[in-house]
Design a protein around this ligand. Structure first.
Ligand code: 13P
Length: 253
């Protein structure tokens, strides 16, 4: 049985005071919910302040990135130990915005994923095709390459801890959510990739989130699909009311 999981990716938004206010509202609005795991992923500089609000709640904290070394001469980078130090449990890895703007390769994503797991963080590994990939019938091939790239160095016992987020690039921030059928088709395909590389049991147990223009209006139809276990929410996670509604509608799948 896979428990629902809703994560809010705040991206580059919210300074400390707003982040604290938003976290307080989310905490209040989700305090009696148990049928869903909840995570918020703010910017690095507000992690500690948000942790002070969420530490005694059912909300977990996640970062949006990490570097694959824990310490040393890596100017400007943040490693897994630093994230654990400020209360993180999760870390998003390989988001398409990082692949696009920071040239993150599958190789770097593989290093980051392993580093997070070795330190005790749970990676939320993002994979997703562009519109061009989809229109040229390469969506599955791209997903396969990104999946096998990210999991290249992962033995089964490590893979068992990770969460995968399928985020089609064409659906991110565009309002063009993938239809439940398109999303479910790709989630099923990803589960098959897991089974091929590892085992059926690991495939059945792995939580696969959908991301891309998720809102309170479309979350229920997505969550009805057998292989969609939750969502990685961008824009709609910034307003606490809509995030709370998404969380509530995702309980007890
Ligand atoms: P939107 O929900 O704004 O489309 O963003 C999705 C996303 O990128 C989450 O990581």
């Amino acid at each position: 049985m896979r428990k629902s999981f809703i994560a809010g990716n705040w991206k580059l938004n919210k300074q400390v005071s707003e982040a604290v206010e938003t976290s307080k509202t989310i905490k209040e609005g989700t305090k009696n919910l148990s049928g869903v795991d909840i995570c918020i992923c703010p910017t690095f500089t507000v992690l500690k302040s948000v942790y002070e609000i969420t530490k005694d709640s059912n909300i977990s904290l996640g970062a949006q990135n990490l570097w694959y070394e824990n310490q040393g001469a890596y100017t400007g980078e943040i490693g897994a130990s630093s994230l654990l130090d400020v209360g993180c449990k999760y870390v998003i890895i390989g988001h398409s915005e990082r692949r696009k703007y920071l040239n993150e390769s599958d190789e770097i994503i593989a290093h980051k994923t392993l580093s997070a797991l070795e330190a005790g963080l749970i990676p939320i590994v993002c994979i997703g095709e562009t519109l061009e990939d989809r229109e040229s019938d390469k969506a599955q091939k791209v997903i396969e390459t990104q999946f096998s790239g990210a999991c290249k160095n992962l033995p089964a016992d490590k893979f068992s801890k990770i969460i995968i987020a399928y985020e089609p690039v064409w659906a991110i921030g565009t309002g063009k959510t993938a239809t439940p059928e398109i999303a479910e088709g790709m989630h099923k395909f990803i589960r098959q990739l897991i089974e091929n590389k590892y085992t059926k049991e690991l495939a059945e147990n792995c939580r696969i989130l959908y991301g891309g223009s998720v809102t309170p209006a479309n979350i229920e139809s997505l969550m009805k699909e057998k292989d969609i276990d939750g969502a990685l929410v961008g824009g709609a996670s910034l307003a606490p009311e809509s995030f709370i509604e998404i969380v509530k509608k995702s309980q007890n799948k």
